[in-house]
Every structure is written in C-alpha cells, then in structure tokens.
Ligand binder design. Sequence first.
Ligand code: SF4
Length: 382
Amino acid sequence: MDIESISKKEHVEKERLKEEAEDYYIEKSKELRLKDLTRFKKYFPEPSENMKKDIAFAHKDIDKIATAIVSKKPWAVVSGLNPSGPLHFGHKTIFDELLWLQKHGAEIFIPLTNDESYIVDKTKTLAESRKIAYESVMPSIIAMGFDPEKTHIFVDSDYPDIYNVAMQLSKQLKISKIRSLFGFKDSDNVGSLFYRGAVQVSQILLPQYIEFNGPIITLIPIGIDQHPYILLARDIAKKNDMLPPAELIMKFLPGLLGAGGKMSASIKGSSIFLTDDIKEAKDKIKKAYTGGIMSSKYQKELGGVPEVCSIFLLQKYHFLNQEEAEELNIKCRSGLVLCSECKKCTNVFVENYLKDHKEKFEKAKTEIPKFLLKKRITSILE
Ligand code: SF4
C-alpha cells in the first residue's frame, strides 16, 4: 500500500474511533435515563468550564443544586478517590469541578478510600495506601486551592465513624441487589462486597447525618461507570428520610496511549502525574497518541481528528477555554496545525503547571491538619 492510501486508511480509522467514543456517552445517557445540561446552562448565569466544554455533560436532579445556589441554602458535595499513587491530570478534571462547586457555596467532603485501594489490590497493605493518601494525594488536593473552612478530607481507616455508618446502612442492603448492580463473583473477597455495598454508600450519604446539618441537598460528581453507586445511595436515602443525592456525570480524560482507555496510574505511560518532573512529563508527551497521521504531507491535506487525540484532549480539559479549544479543533481538522507543533505547546502548558504545583505542594504538606474531618458521628450510637 502506498503512503497516500495508508494515510487515508489511518484517518478513516480515527474518525471511526471518534464516532464510537461519542456514541458511547450518548447510548449510556439514554440507557441510564440521564438528562443533559442544556437547561442548567441556559438558566445558570455562569456554568463551569467543564460544563461549557461538555466535559461535565449529564446529570440527575441538578436543578435542586441550582435552587440551593440561587436561594443560598446549604448544600454539599462528596467526591473521593482511592489512593494508590500520585494524582494525575485525570483526577484534576474532577477537582477543578469541585473548586467551581465550592465557589458556588458547596461544603466539600473528600473521602480517601485507602480501604478500597487495599481490597481491590491496588496496594499491598492498608498502611501503604494510607501513606500515599497523606504524603501524596492530600498535599496535591490542597495545593489546588480549596478553602479549609469548607473542605473536609478524611482517610477511611482514620475515620472509623464511616464504618459505623456503613454498619447501620448495611442492614437495608440486600446481597442480591449488590450483585445485580456490580456483578460480583463467588471468588470475590468479602471485603469488596462490604466496601462497594455499604462503605461507598456511607461516604455518599455522610452529609445526610445531623452532625453535618443533614438531611442536606448533595451533589456527587462522577464518571458514568460509577452511576450504580448513586442508584444504590438514592435508594437507601429514601428508606432513611435522607435527601437522595444528585449526580453530575463527567467524561473521563483519555490516557496518553490512546485506545479509548482513561488516564490511569496503573497503565504505564498513560498518565502525567501532578508530581512528575518536567523531563518525565515531556517524554510522555513525546510518545503520546494523537489524532494525526504518519505523513505530515497528508495530514495537511486531510486534517487530524482532535476528538481522539490525547494531546488535544489534555489541552482542552486543562489549559484552554471553550473558545480556544474550538479554535484548535478547527485548525487541526483543516490541517493548519501539525502534531509536533501541538506537542511543543503542550510541553509549555504542562511545564508551567507542574512547576507551580510543585511549589504549592510543599506548602500544602504543612496545611493538612486544617483540612482533616474531625467531627464525629455520634447520633447513631446514642
Ligand atoms: S494537530 Fe494537535 S490536535 Fe491535531 S491531532 Fe495533532 S496533536 Fe492532536
């Protein structure tokens, strides 16, 4: 096959991948009966950058959050992660959204689920995931600029009240329901059943307890694959006179290796960590999968496919506003910009971010006590 035919074939394949990725979210939204954000964006004066760029794209009950914001009622957000390594740009997408939500009045709860990291074999011991939570994840979160008065971080194994809540709620959780939602196998460990069934729901419903001014309107920003947890939590909330949480669905940031996978710490080379050194980050950018084609001559003719390009998406999610992202999309599609140029530009964005984050990270280490959740939940034991 000659170079022209190879280039055309490559281009067609990338267009096909683009269609496939877009269909995935459309089909999933339909299947899960989620609503899009058109109405919210129309009436809410200043949507987040993620909403403008369609990265936050679907929801359930977000109108309740809009009402709370407009009427200045208290409301909360819960969003956690399992600590198994440093934060990367995929995590940063969610934290950017949390910052916007906090700016609009949300009290933010961030569970760091070291129990989950251990149970699903992301770390060898509970101690290892606990250490990662304090020494790496927490300083990175704090460095992003959260307000200590309205941000409550906790590591599950250091906040045992979460297990009391889990125990209390677990009585209403039937194994058959958990199996149907998460598809457990007989060979799965009991810990993952209790964690995914009860502990995860307890984190989502934590603000509902009287100690945190509950029952309270709550929003959970999540990836679409986490929707079953919200279903479960909504069900349990209704049985306990709590307010069923709303959800905001975010698209995941694809990894640098392409092939549709999300940025993940467990796939070597797929993530740029917020604590990477500059050289390491640049090496990853150099090898990153793009929507371009092998021959620059034909890329100028055919254009690239930015929607499947990890470099375009990294820029769109983290460094460009909506207009700038649209401009780059058009330039790429019309072959006016080539991948080498784009990668150079990405190097500059990433280098500046990492340098700034490094400085703030060191300072953030000393601020951890201000962010730790200290309030106990005693009402269920009285
Ligand atoms: S030109 Fe830029 S946006 Fe287009 S495919 Fe190449 S790296 Fe991606």
